[in-house]
Design a protein around this ligand. Structure first.
Ligand SMILES: *[C@@H]1O[C@H](CO)[C@@H](O)[C@H](O)[C@H]1NC(C)=O
Ligand SMILES: *[C@@H]1O[C@H](CO)[C@@H](O)[C@H](O)[C@H]1NC(C)=O
Ligand SMILES: [Zn+2]
Length: 429
């Protein structure tokens, strides 16, 4: 009897998880001008919208609308003459499909590599599993890998990362490449990029220049509290878990001190809330410390996000840094390398300045890295999977995980090799 009861409890907890999205819909919104785009933005707080991608005159946007706001949303958009159509009728159903796909994929592990340190990319890993994996890599490759605790999160978890180096970061003539994922916790597919990079550098170490001539900093989970919350409570959680009386969380990618507060929200209820002051959040301080510590050597910084298939560079207010042209051409190099390896159903990558390509945004990691002197600093937006799957956007189809890791790695390699050669040239001059 007791067992039956606990089983029932367990099931109801699992299903209650997506209850907030029961009846919520995702709409594709097409605006014709900035004024219409503003209308959508003003409805954001009023109707509790989650704007997955902001509509602009040149591209449509995706907006998640809670069940109770759908009627008013449709009314207001029609009133303003804005076109929209439903792409997901009931978000909860898509979340259940994702759960089922991921559960089925982890049941059929078909991995034949004997190396214990290899991690099959057939599913999304929980925070603790990734932590264990990093410990395992540090133990298996003690002369190449160091596990570093970058500092505590708001809730007190360590933000851990790996230093990968054949010379224990002591050879200052080597450039450093810094890659991180999951700063926005709901962007689960981005985990594949950092885990795949670790796998290729260490387990399948076939390209020796990458590990011999470059020091790597790889941080798979840049926002642990948010990431755990996105698994346990709210799949679309993006921010950290900073306490707020009305609304929780700060958008870590608006919290860096570069142009802080100019193109972001000062309301804690917005997805792009920038926090009370620059670097108010311990998680963004972690990145700051790393960038400061290796300021002279970090040649390439890649903050991996999803989705949209973009290679984006600063500044987020539309102003280009002095090396803007080089930033653009190396961005194209990265984008082309990914395009050459991508699935045919997915779109080509678009490369450009963040504000000119997508929308203005301030206080982002790629801007901060530029501002401290990293020459090649990008935000990558991995694609949403356009395969046979019925789920899209931030949701992950296990069919795409390894591919996402593989194609992104092609881009990372191209960027890293460019950075390496360029760094050598700089040293020689
Ligand atoms: C190992 O690396 C090589 C060269 O990049 C690549 O062709 C191959 O697919 C990789 N193998 C695995 C199992 O990842
Ligand atoms: C993507 O890029 C390739 C190579 O530049 C080009 O041949 C192809 O037409 C592009 N595809 C789309 C859909 O734009
Ligand atoms: Zn993001």
């Amino acid at each position: 009897m007791f067992r039956v009861f606990t089983a029932f409890l367990f099931i109801s907890v699992v299903y209650a998880k997506h209850e907030i999205y029961d009846g919520a819909s995702v709409y594709e919104v097409q605006v014709e001008n900035e004024a219409q785009s503003k209308v959508v933005s003003t409805l954001e707080e009023q109707l509790g919208l989650d704007i997955w991608s902001r509509p602009g005159p040149s591209r449509s946007g995706m907006v998640l609308v809670p069940k109770n706001s759908k009627e008013e949303f449709a009314y207001k958009l029609r009133l303003a003459g804005i076109k929209f159509q439903t792409t997901v009728d009931n978000v909860k159903e898509q979340l259940e499909i994702e759960d089922r796909l991921l559960a089925a994929a982890s049941d059929k592990i078909s991995y034949d590599r004997s190396n214990k340190a290899a991690l099959p990319l057939n599913r999304v890993y929980r925070w603790q599993e990734v932590e264990n994996h990093m410990v395992q890599l540090a133990q298996t490759y003690p002369d190449k890998v160091t596990l570093v605790n970058g500092g505590p999160t708001y809730e007190g978890r360590p933000v851990n990362y790996l230093r990968v180096s054949t010379t224990n970061f002591q050879d200052l003539s080597k450039p450093v490449v810094f890659i991180m994922s999951l700063l926005h916790s709901r962007e689960w597919i981005t985990q594949a990029a950092t885990l795949y990079a670790l796998d290729q550098l260490l387990v399948n170490n076939t390209e020796s220049d990458l590990i011999n001539d470059i020091d790597w900093i790889i941080m798979p989970t840049a926002n642990p509290d948010g990431y755990i919350f996105s698994h346990d409570s709210d799949r679309f959680w993006r921010k950290n878990r900073k306490y707020g009386r009305r609304c929780m969380g700060v958008d870590l990618n608006r919290n860096y001190d570069i142009n802080w507060g100019t193109e972001s929200s000062d309301s804690p209820c917005y997805e792009d809330y920038h926090g009370t002051e620059p670097f108010s959040e311990p998680e963004s301080v972690v990145t700051k410390k790393i960038l400061e510590e290796h300021q002279d050597r970090i040649q390439l910084f890649l903050d991996i996000h999803s989705y949209g298939s973009y290679v984006l560079y600063g500044y987020g207010n539309g102003e280009l840094p002095p090396n803007g042209e080089a930033l653009s051409s190396v961005g194209v190099l990265i984008g082309d390398a990914i395009d050459a390896a991508k699935l045919t159903n997915n779109p080509n990558y678009t490369v450009g300045n963040l504000a000119q390509t997508l929308y203005p945004a301030s206080g982002g990691s790629q801007d901060y890295a530029l501002s401290v002197g990293v020459p090649y600093s990008y935000c990558l937006e991995l694609p949403a999977f356009r395969g046979s799957s019925s789920i899209t956007g931030f949701l992950v189809d296990p069919e795409f995980i390894e591919q996402a890791g593989y194609e992104t790695w092609e881009g990372i390699k191209a960027g890293a090799r460019y950075a390496l050669n360029n760094y050598r040239m700089r040293k020689e001059i």
